[in-house]
Design a protein around this ligand. Structure first.
Ligand code: NDP
Ligand code: OXD
Length: 309
């Protein structure tokens, strides 16, 4: 039974080749030239056009080609009652840890401050902070957040995590739910957002949340641009309450040339590259789900569509 790849802003051919490497008998088509759509039982999607999935009457599984499913679920015409799966990949989590570790280490060694001093040609050594002086708070303690938390702990940082349900993770202070958010934020010197984008988390990085962070805190957003209220960030940086922000994701990507963030020394921008799903890493689990589907076995990495992640 054929698979289709409905994909924008990612290379569908690389995904097809990675799957064919594993099983050369697969019939993998690429939207929009994917033949008779009534034959297709599985769709691999990344930012599929609204309503496109309605054209497949015999679809039995929708797979996100990334860890996040926000753009997939944002399709108001998503066919109902078809299981949605996503990518869960240890390499993706390792890569996210590498990025966050680099950023947080940079804060310990004041690399953001040196960038500002360099712009003024100022030679001014600053006392480095040890990892054990810094509390990192991670919002979202899922596949990526947990890996980042464990990695930062091993580097000597103090780590706390916030999620919907309380976690039991050795060495990590756990907080859950909106009632514990303020307490979680109160000692967080570097805040890392690794939440999925849902109705509950959209705009969560806002003025109220920033004001609950200690003076001089830094913010790292590696989840989705829509978590952040951009004008609130600018205000919190301008007022001096926040020291710096590192942003990998934006409401509009690529970030437009004339966006105010580009010209700020207190914001570091990277182009949605903190952790990239490789087709080679994704292919085995896509194939596993395809085979499970054909044998009526349970699917892996299922998304709770009702909750939004
Ligand atoms: P998971 O689904 O594994 O984890 C999500 C975590 O967020 C869980 O701990 C969950 O809590 C928590 N959470 C969800 N909603 C809330 C809420 N309302 N309040 C508090 N906590 C909440 O996701 P992943 O770790 O795999 O990925 C996280 C996100 O990272 C993705 O959705 C994607 O948007 C982004 N991403 C970004 C990349 C990049 O390159 N910048 C690359 C890959 C992913 P609980 O455990 O209780 O369910
Ligand atoms: C993802 C991403 O969700 O790359 O996988 O952002």
């Amino acid at each position: 039974m054929p698979i289709t790849i409905i994909c924008q802003h990612k290379d569908p051919i690389a995904v097809r080749e990675a799957l064919l490497e594993l099983d050369s008998n697969l019939d993998i088509r690429i939207w929009p030239d994917d033949g008779n759509r009534a034959d297709i039982t599985m769709a691999l999607c990344w930012r599929q056009p609204q309503g496109s999935l309605l054209q497949y009457p015999n679809l039995r599984c929708i797979a996100s080609l990334g860890a996040g499913v926000d753009s997939l679920l944002a399709d108001t015409q998503l066919p109902k009652d078809i299981p949605v799966v996503r990518i869960v990949d240890p390499q993706l989590a390792d890569s996210m840890f590498d990025y966050v570790a680099a950023v947080v280490m940079g804060y310990c060694r004041h690399l953001d401050c040196y960038r500002q001093l360099q712009a003024q040609a100022l030679w001014q050594p600053l006392t480095p902070q040890a990892p054990s002086d810094i509390t990192v708070g991670i919002m979202g303690m899922g596949q990526l957040g947990e890996r980042v938390a464990k990695g930062l702990l091993s580097l000597g940082f103090k780590v706390r995590g916030w999620s919907r349900s309380l976690k039991l993770l050795d060495g990590v202070e756990s907080y859950a739910g909106s009632e514990q958010l303020t307490e979680f934020l109160s000692q967080t010197q570097v805040l890392v957002c690794l939440l999925p984008l849902t109705v509950k988390t959209c705009g969560i990085l806002n003025q109220g949340l920033f004001s609950d962070l200690p003076q001089g805190a830094c913010v790292v957003n590696v989840a989705r641009g829509e978590h952040l209220v951009e004008s609130d960030l600018i205000q919190a940086l301008d007022s001096g309450h926040l020291r710096h922000a590192t942003l990998d994701v934006f409401s509009q990507e690529p970030l437009p040339n004339d966006h105010a963030f580009w010209r700020r020394e207190d914001i570091t921008i990277t182009p949605h590259c903190s952790s990239i799903t490789s087709p080679q890493a994704a292919a085995p689990q896509l194939l596993e789900n395809y085979r499970a589907l054909n044998q009526d076995l349970p699917l892996i990495n299922l998304v709770d569509v009702g909750v939004g992640y």
